[in-house]
Design a binder for this molecule. Structure first.
Ligand code: MN
Length: 147
């Protein structure tokens, strides 16, 4: 196990990550990395499922794929910000590292983005920033689902 990318026991205990990704292979890769880091996480296979889950449970950081069936990452993030009113950090997973796509991630309300295939060091750096900023959890219990 690579100890270079570790998190404190306090973070491991407190944090839960939501991974929103439709591709099975990418789900497994993300899970493998997060398990290695000792971070609790759940996986939703599209934006709609993620929104439904966020109405039941709070997460500390959201890893959000862009291209997904049912509801894509842009629309899911817009809903998370505008309807659920959640400020949970969202990191977009971009397939095409074009300036336009990255810009759109930020415009829509994502905090940051990472390109596929996910680089472990890069993701760890992003998580280090957003997990250390995360102090309290929040849920979107009262928001209505109207996608
Ligand atoms: Mn996808």
């Amino acid at each position: 196990m690579n100890t270079e990318f570790s998190f404190s026991p306090e973070i491991k205990d407190r944090i839960t990550v939501l991974v929103v990704e439709d591709n099975l292979l990418n789900q497994k890769l993300d899970s493998f990395i997060l398990n290695n880091w000792g971070l609790k996480h759940e996986i939703c296979s599209n934006g709609l499922k993620a929104i439904q889950r966020l109405q039941q449970k709070s997460f500390d950081v959201i890893l959000m794929d862009i291209q997904m069936p049912e509801l894509n990452g842009y629309d899911a993030t817009r809903f998370i910000r505008e309807e659920l009113k959640l400020t949970t950090p969202v990191i977009g997973i971009t397939a095409h590292a074009t300036a336009g796509e990255k810009e759109k991630c930020l415009l829509i309300g994502m905090n940051n983005y990472i390109s596929k295939p996910i680089n472990e060091a890069e993701l760890h750096e992003l998580f280090s920033v957003y997990l250390s900023l995360s102090h309290s959890s929040e849920t979107a219990e009262t928001a209505e689902l109207k996608v």
